[in-house]
Design a protein around this ligand. Sequence first.
Ligand SMILES: [Zn+2]
Length: 230
Amino acid sequence: MKLALEAFIRLIYPANCGICRRFLTLRENTLCSDCRETLTALRFSYEAMNTVFRSGDLNSGWFLYPYKSPVKDLLTGLKFLKKRHLTNAFNDDIGDIMTLIRSENRYDWIVPIPLDRGRKLERHFNQAELIARRARKSLNLPLRSCLKKKHSTMRQSTFSKEERIWNIRNSFKVARADSIQGKSILLVDDIYTTGATASEAARTLKECGASRIDIFAVARTQTELRKQVN
Ligand SMILES: [Zn+2]
């Protein structure tokens, strides 16, 4: 009877796994149990989630997964196919890492890395803000979208590390800059690649008097991880 009811509900409200497209049971959310297991297996160990930066304006970084499939597919679907609900696939893991972050640091605000106006109009949402909203639920902190893009920049993904720094330089501004003084801020983004964007955001906020800037990103590219080890 229960199975028949489930089948009936899924007939009216069908839902597919965000990775393998299999039909979901009522107990599954966004991902099927197999893909959920694959995602969990990919997660960094608690020790590997945190990176302390030895130079620059960013103090430390928190990362959940390496940027590879299926995390890469989920983030691509979120960003380019506009499937906002795919952020739910990360909900539990974001909750876990936020508990870890809360035990290590106290922040005043959560600040998403902004999109420029044109890209936000085209996409209708900022994926970093969706992730930041989930993070704030666990941290119970105000989410402030005080960081803005001054002008459009070319897509960072097409550039080398040096070109990314040049592309993003001076592209941020801060709304109500006088309120930043002394604030400890957790920046949030979907992917951390070379760190050029997060570093420029941190530099801009520190110029306004912020005391500490850390970054949380769902995924971190492996090239940077290898560099870190070497
Ligand atoms: Zn699946």
